[in-house]
Design a protein around this ligand. Sequence first.
Ligand code: NAP
Length: 508
Amino acid sequence: MLLKSTFQIKNRFKCTIRVWRTIHNLSVPDGKTYINGKWVAAKSGKTFPVLNPANGEIVANVPDCGDEETNEAVDGCYDAFKTWKNTTAKERAGFLRNMFELQMKNSKSLAHIITLEGGKTLAESVGEITYGASFFEWFSEEARRIYGDIVPSPFKNRQLFFFREPIGVAGIITPWNFPNAMITRKVAAALAAGCTCVIKPAEDTPLSALAIAQLAEEANIPPGVINVITTSRNNTPSVGKRLCEHTKVATISFTGSTAVGKLLFEQSASTVKRVSLELGGNAPFIVFNSADVSKAVTGAMASKFRNSGQTCVCTNRILVQEKIHDDFVAALAKAMQNQLKVGEGLKPDVTTGPLINENAVRKVERHVQDALQKGANLILGGKIHSCGKTFFEPTLLTNLKKDMLISKEETFGPVAAVMKFSSEEEAIEIANSTRSGLSGYFYSEDISQIWRVAKALEVGMIGVNEGIFSCAEAAFGGVKESGLGREGSRYGIDEYVQIKYMCLGGLD
Ligand code: NAP
């Protein structure tokens, strides 16, 4: 109600800011971020606006931090690590459980924040908050199961021990497409292991990061354990470099594009830092002749159009075997027409919100134009939506070819592009013909084929007869140029621990 009435007032600029403060009962003043347990402005006093992608309105102003604030945050975080690493696993589990409960208690307002700054539909934002909270829950449980080893010694008078120790300060750099869950997936694992962290959220979506900091404050997580450096895109390269090159930062955990991931990897070499990278994908979605077409369409709708096509595991190339190609395309077109409704994410029946910004729309347009020029057939959509310049029509293309941009790069928009293939070998060859290897999907009712194809696909994660596979228990991550390391699952902790070997001698 509050949201509706404030939006109706004429001065929408100020009102949206009021909405952001009110929906989360924020005590956080505009223009402040969270460093060493205090809400502070940038030293320069500069701020940058956070825009609602649906209408371009300013949602809030946040500090434009730079190297100075980054150094301050890292120093405080390093000091906090000295104490945090000595808390018991049970104590850390308790803090994380509190974070889980607080996030769930505030799920509606946190979801509003995601929709306001990221454009995602409210239903999907609520889903993200539940998903994000599940990492606090999962790692609160994992925190108490970080065991070392006692290894049989080849010497009678010595004992060999392996300890799993927290690695230290984690620099956490996250994207805009899951502004809550991409942070909680890292922070929960880091804190469980005994690490402390400095978070640098995306310029487009810093408010979700600030909201997490506020929950941490409420959960009585000690000052310095969680810090947030908000930066405009101008300051980002310098802040990123500082985190990578700082000797007090032990690990960089990054989720974002492959290009930026490679840069951070390179920058971290000077201090031989641990780096975990969750990068871009180019997911194939293969439908074999043996598939249940209706199930495949359901899966394609979910994996293609979630978050308006802006997830790293979104289907990018749909490969359909000859015999069922036309049936599949007809059914997918029908589902798109019947099920997708474009509009502002806050409206209840909308399924497809805006893209994050106009640059994102330009990329989608470029991909569609390129495909059409190279011989693709336009079945549905194809242009900017009448809702506004950040909205794109759900689009269906057939006759996708290997040389089209859609085949080579992530489109990151609501465009389903279908390619026809004849044999299983051909489908695997096409699916693997990219340097990306994050996720893939295929539909088949033939058990031998399921086994063969699952083994042959060069990806880190596979959905077999399933379009959505993310959960806290999943070992999330890619191969090839889609990343290094795993998040979530029991492997998520490994990114934040190091092995210490101790040989205890003189036991005669
Ligand atoms: P991006 O441009 O790489 O940005 C990601 C983060 O890196 C943002 O915080 C961004 O800050 C920051 N950044 C940009 N340039 C930097 C630099 N020179 N030094 C340090 N930090 C820098 O990616 P995006 O467009 O936000 O996100 C979409 C990409 O993320 C897609 O490729 C998607 O597939 C990938 N992704 C992967 C996963 C996964 O788990 N594998 C999950 C979600 C998304 P600014 O916002 O200030 O530029």
